[in-house]
Design a protein around this ligand. Structure first.
Ligand SMILES: NC(=O)c1ccc[n+]([C@@H]2O[C@H](COP(=O)([O-])OP(=O)(O)OC[C@H]3O[C@@H](n4cnc5c(N)ncnc54)[C@H](OP(=O)(O)O)[C@@H]3O)[C@@H](O)[C@H]2O)c1
Length: 267
């Protein structure tokens, strides 16, 4: 007989029957998170601009579960709405929204152009807001008091500490996304939708390729855990934040960085 002192769920991390959208799910951190959600049993839609990359990632991920891909340029408001409409035409409920698509613009202070603000803020900060706004009906329908719908924003440790190489619009966009996470968490909590952010440290990806090729070993050697991020580290945090195990978390910014930013000494 079950021990009535415990209120338990048979599998805290099971996502069977859940429906998820992962933006930028065709490579890098997005594909790591999508794979985790699929393995935990969720049905997943991935999205990015490139139709061929969408098809390739769908093929790759189909080994792990039921995955669809929809190309969209999320730096545009109308494209965010179109993607949201397609997702809601497929299902009236959306359990998990992962706002992961992002871009970075590296250039010295003296020549940093206006476009590097607009393009980075449009994708990294405005697109998550437009997608939340457009998908709110489906998120509200999916959320319940004991198992809320989830919004997971992918921020960065570049907005937790100050990185050695400055990224003006990127770091600012991620700081904005972290605060937007808290603002939305307060508003949407009573509607049974949680909003949390993951702040990754260095993970191998196209965005990080040049940096990690040049100084990846040095970054790993200085990290308290003495390594870069791995696929399972991102899959794990995505599954946790999407699952019943994190039902009582909202408005948090979780660094997944091997301790790099969280233990920075400033010396
Ligand atoms: N890797 C790291 O170490 C690291 C650290 C901290 C934070 N992050 C964050 O993690 C997220 C993923 O980064 P990543 O390193 O995996 O980068 P990545 O390899 O460059 O992947 C970016 C993804 O976003 C998509 N994307 C880019 N522009 C888009 C647009 N306009 N519309 C729709 N999709 C678009 C890309 O596909 P298309 O090019 O086909 O559109 C791709 O799927 C970003 O938000 C990034 O800031 C990464």
């Amino acid at each position: 007989m079950a021990d009535s002192r415990f209120t338990t769920h048979p599998d805290l991390f099971d996502l069977s029957g859940k429906y998820a959208l992962v933006t930028g799910g065709t490579r890098g951190i997005g594909v790591m998170m999508a794979r985790g959600l699929l393995q935990a049993g969720a049905r997943v839609v991935i999205s990015s601009r490139n139709a061929d990359a969408c098809a390739e990632a769908q093929q790759l991920l189909s080994e792990f579960g039921d995955v669809q891909a929809i190309p969209a340029d999320l730096s545009r408001h109308d494209e965010c709405r179109r993607l949201a409409d397609l997702v809601q035409a497929d299902s009236e409920r959306l359990d998990i929204l992962v706002n992961n698509a992002g871009s970075m613009w590296r250039e010295p202070l003296e020549t940093f152009p206006d476009e590097a603000w607009d393009s980075v803020l449009d994708l990294n900060l405005k697109a998550p807001f437009w997608l939340v706004q457009a998908l709110l009906p489906a998120l509200r329908r999916a959320g319940a008091a004991d198992d809320p719908a989830r919004i997971i924003n992918v921020g960065s440790i570049a907005a937790v500490h100050v990185a050695e190489s400055p990224n003006y619009s990127y770091a600012s966009s991620k700081a904005g996304l972290h605060q937007l996470t808290r603002v939305l968490a307060r508003e949407l909590g009573p509607q049974h939708v949680t909003v949390n952010a993951v702040a990754p440290g260095p993970f191998p990806s196209q965005m990080m390729a040049a940096t990690l090729d040049a100084i990846g070993d040095t970054i790993a050697a200085k990290a308290p855990l003495r390594r870069l991020g791995r696929d399972d580290d991102m899959a794990g945090i995505a599954v946790f934040l999407a699952s019943r195990a994190s039902s009582y978390l909202t408005g948090t910014i979780i660094p997944v960085d091997g301790g790099i930013a969280t233990t920075a000494t400033g010396t």
